[in-house]
Design a protein around this ligand. Structure first.
Ligand code: FNR
Length: 191
């Protein structure tokens, strides 16, 4: 099996982001033939269609980063029961200019962590709706709503709980298989 290249978004700009920690756990537990590159969102200006005629370097870099990868993974907090503004801004940038939507036919998966008990479930529903509109083939199962505690997650992404570790390993294995299935019918180089 050839290596899958996955770009991942961390939906938080916070230095101590628990979703960044979760992203480290996911990378640790992913199958060996998946490679990960973070796609940064913190340097983007606020999107306006006034930029469409001449995207700034940050907007072009974002679109080029997505074009390079086989799939995208969103690891995001829930802010006020929805998608954090910085992440939505990045998605808006990548979805435009009209006709050049970077997410079209790009496989994706969504996951997130919260100290709260529902583990970003509401934000994930919003994010999945957005990705569906952006025509991204989206992994529907497994779903992963991570209830974060510092006892379970070490700062470098170590997972100190066997059932959480097994679940996250299964999640990444499922994503790997999902990407392979999508690329079978929608080969990346023919898009
Ligand atoms: C939150 N938090 C939060 N948690 C949640 O489960 N549902 C929510 O709707 C919200 N809303 C919310 C809004 C804002 C503006 C902030 C700053 C926080 C708490 C949130 O889950 C917690 O701060 C996490 O640490 C955020 O993840 P990152 O940024 O650390 O990855």
């Amino acid at each position: 099996m050839t290596t899958q290249h996955v770009g991942y978004f961390v939906g938080s700009l916070a230095k101590g982001s628990i979703n960044r920690i979760l992203s480290k756990s996911l990378i640790r537990l992913a199958p060996d033939n998946m490679e990960f590159t973070e796609i940064p969102i913190g340097n983007l200006p606020l999107y306006s269609y006034d930029f469409d005629a001449d995207y700034p370097p940050e907007g072009r870099a974002l679109k080029e980063a997505i074009a390079k990868v086989d799939a995208v993974l969103f690891v995001s907090p829930e802010y006020n029961r929805s998608i954090p503004g910085a992440l939505k801004n990045a998605i808006d940038w990548a979805s435009r200019p009209w006709g050049q939507n970077s997410f079209a036919r790009k496989p994706s998966a969504v996951i997130g962590a919260s100290p709260g008990p529902i583990g970003t479930a509401v934000a994930q529903q919003s994010l999945k709706q957005v990705l569906a509109f952006c025509n991204s083939p989206l992994m529907n199962a497994l779903e992963a709503y991570v209830h974060y505690t510092p006892e379970i997650f070490g700062s470098d992404g170590e997972v100190h709980d066997a059932s959480t570790e097994n679940f996250l390993r299964d999640y990444m294995r499922e994503f790997h298989e999902f990407i392979a299935r999508v690329l079978t019918v929608l080969p990346k180089d023919e898009l």
